[in-house]
Write a protein that binds this ligand. Structure first.
Ligand code: NAP
Length: 242
């Protein structure tokens, strides 16, 4: 029996990351799932993935902690190399810039950008040795247009787009494709404080998106059908940014 390919997802205990995990399990991937602290949610997700007949390894660590990243992944990578890495871990610390504390700037940049740097650096080294792989960064419409109250988050998400485009150029000759998925308003915990009555009129489709609608695009980008796509930013935003 051929072994299932592995997908490693950061920030996969809930929301978009969990939906990506379930979608990829349906496509026959085994999952390595990172998250920070939501152990019960992660365990419930692992159970669902195993019920689908796929393997699932839980890897709780802070993506911005270099030592934790190495300690969790290096022993695994000595044996097996994921085909796919999806950097989905994310947080918001929204406030207007004059009120933003240094810690609110640092922590958002660290989770999104430093997390991508640490994980993509390590995983791509091993993918290069296999001469195949796919890397996807989950950005945001805020990183494409800028969003008031989110100078930190918009900077981090725009940074992910630049980093992914540069990495796409570095890795293309090694048969590793790097793309960005950029969601708009998606129905998760992250948007629980967003005033939808004010925001939805700006969305041409006039609704929030579902986590499954993001997961489907990630699944496509990992498929053979997306074999000629690299360095691209794919919006999943209901037309919020066109
Ligand atoms: P969510 O429901 O808040 O889930 C965030 C995930 O990231 C959780 O699994 C969380 O783990 C994990 N995480 C947070 N900090 C971490 C850290 N330091 N190390 C490891 N894992 C960490 O968020 P979501 O809405 O699904 O968002 C997923 C991604 O999509 C994020 O990058 C977000 O910026 C992006 N996005 C979301 C929307 C939206 O409307 N929801 C729109 C555009 C972009 P724990 O559960 O253990 O804390």
């Amino acid at each position: 029996m051929t072994k299932s390919p592995i997908a490693f997802i950061s920030g996969a205990s809930r929301g978009i990351g969990a939906a990506i995990a379930l979608r990829l399990a349906d496509s026959g991937y085994d999952l390595w799932l990172n998250y920070h602290s939501a152990h019960d949610a992660a365990q419930a997700l692992k159970d669902k993935i195993e019920e689908k007949g796929q393997g699932c390894l839980l890897l709780p660590f802070d993506v911005a902690d270099e030592q934790a990243v190495s300690a969790a992944l290096e022993p695994l990578l000595a044996d097996e190399v994921p085909f796919a890495f999806i950097h989905n871990a994310g947080i918001t610390r929204d406030t207007l810039l004059p009120l933003m504390r240094r810690a609110e700037w640092d922590t958002v940049l660290e989770v999104h950008l430093t997390g991508f740097f640490l994980l993509a650096r390590l995983l791509s080294k091993f993918m290069v040795s296999k001469r195949k792989g796919r890397i996807i960064a989950i950005s945001s419409v805020s990183g494409e247009t800028g969003q008031a109250g989110q100078v930190n988050y918009s900077a981090a998400k725009a940074g992910l787009i630049g980093a992914s485009k540069a990495l796409a150029r570095e890795l293309a000759r090694r048969n590793i494709l790097v793309n960005v998925v950029s969601p708009g308003l998606i129905d998760t915990e992250m948007i629980k404080d967003v005033p939808l009555d004010k925001v939805l009129p700006m969305v041409p489709l006039n609704r929030v998106g579902t986590v499954e609608e993001v997961a489907g695009v990630v699944n496509f980008l990992l498929s053979p059908d997306a074999g000629y796509m690299t360095g691209q930013v794919i919006g999943v935003n209901g037309g919020l940014y066109i």
